[in-house]
Design a protein. Structure first.
Length: 111
């Protein structure tokens, strides 16, 4: 896990209502849980997800993660697993790319 990604990140835009507002990335080896995503969505409740690191790419500028699995013990409401995704370095922040339906991804800044 490249050091640049390690830490707590918050969503840069308040308009992405369904996207998690906080991302916590920790040091991990491939196959280990590396990412926790936290979302509070009005009307649906509090959702927390974990995702395992699958690989590091682009010379450490990208990390690939597997399915974001709902942590049922820490979630309340209508939460469902998310698709595999990746994070890339974006200046002083990171971008979370969750697939082509979401455009260029969601920007997070260090908390």
């Amino acid at each position: 896990m490249p050091q640049h990604f390690v830490g707590t990140w918050t969503r840069a835009s308040q308009y992405d209502a369904l996207q998690p507002h906080t991302v916590v990335i920790r040091r991990a080896a491939p196959g280990q849980v590396a990412v926790t995503l936290i979302a509070d969505v009005q009307g649906t409740g509090h959702c927390e997800y974990t995702a395992k690191l699958t690989s590091v790419a682009d010379g450490g500028q990208r990390i690939n993660v597997g399915t974001a699995t709902v942590d049922k013990a820490r979630s309340t409401g209508m939460c469902r697993d998310g698709d595999p995704s990746f994070y890339t370095v974006a200046g002083s922040g990171i971008l979370h790319d969750v697939g082509p339906a979401h455009g260029s991804g969601y920007r997070y800044n260090r908390a």
